[in-house]
Design a protein around this ligand. Sequence first.
Ligand code: NIG
Ligand code: FE
Length: 406
Amino acid sequence: MTVGTRATLWRNARLATLAGGEPWGLIEHGALLTEGDTIRWVGSNSALPAGLRADAEVDLDGLLVTPGLVDCHTHLVYGGQRAREFELRLQGASYEEIARAGGGIRSTVAATRAAGDELLFTQARERARTLMHEGVTTMEIKSGYGLSAEHEARCLRVARRLGRELPLAVRTTCLSAHALPPEFDGRADAYVDAVIAWLPQLHAEGLVDAVDAFCESIAFSPAQTRRVFAAARALGLPVKLHAEQLSDQGGAALAASFGALSCDHLEWLSQDGVRAMAAAGTVAVLLPGAFYFLRETRLPPVQALRDAGVPIALASDHNPGSSPGLSLLLMLNMACTLFRMTPEEALCGVTLHGARALGLADRGALAEGQRADFVAWDLDHPNELSYWFGRNPCRRRVVAGVEANA
Ligand code: NIG
Ligand code: FE
């Protein structure tokens, strides 16, 4: 054991490791040894190898321990809110109609541009903390409500600051191709040129871990999406896509051809899209919050994804327009009730597969060599994570080996 790095033995827990052959990777009476930010050993309380020594011991009191939750798709940084738009949709206006009339994403863009950096930060921090209190230890945050070089950079800086100031790992995604800002009305190709021109600056400032786009009739065409992706790949950045949310644009197959980390939403995904994602190893990120809140009826093709071996992740998609919720556990419940996923698939969706959707191989399971991110829950069995809703059973959160109750 490296001298100087503190080793901690976390004993007396039921572990859902999501590793190994058992369902859930369950270990009764389990223990974890962490050294610094890394898991060194996982097993039964009684089986700790004689050579491993701990500087400190923590009794987890029989709590259930899972990997830390990964929310792999959020739009956390924005100004304002869209409750009025919700009322209009309840009276019959559709999401597309509101967007075409200049509401929707554009109204959040106006509010975001008008908000100061500090307000954007404190509001996003509050949202992040709400998600963290339910066990989130890694979160993706997209830009996409700034839609200019200056305002996209501001939003991404806020996201990076959250990662520095909170006990939370943050991955940033540049979603400048989210909507057409008003100053580019009728000039979508010119806007795509502008995005391609500012992407290298954002990247050079260290603000971008991945690049996303919204490929949809109310947003960007497959040809425009392709241009954004080519620019991202030329910078060595991985891509992901809001694909097939409201119609089948062939976006998933396009994204897969660029080796996309993930395609997200996917209610209208075709069999060709499924095949392309399977061949490329692209993760399907399902977003039951948006499906529910937009009162969609077309289900994502869960069985076809399973049959093709496409890993399925789940995320909150937190944003003010289509998914204003801040509970990842509620997404597990909804994935089971609305999408017919199993509780075990749902947990893998916010751990192993959520991590993979961000290109992170170092987290998502409790196993030797993984980052020491885990959560202790006041539950007997991991299937309860999908069962309760409106109850927060999270008791302890450990991020990179350090207990963090922010
Ligand atoms: O993931 N689909 C596009 N983007 C967001 C919604 C954005 C908004 O309505 O503000 C989503 O659902
Ligand atoms: Fe989204």
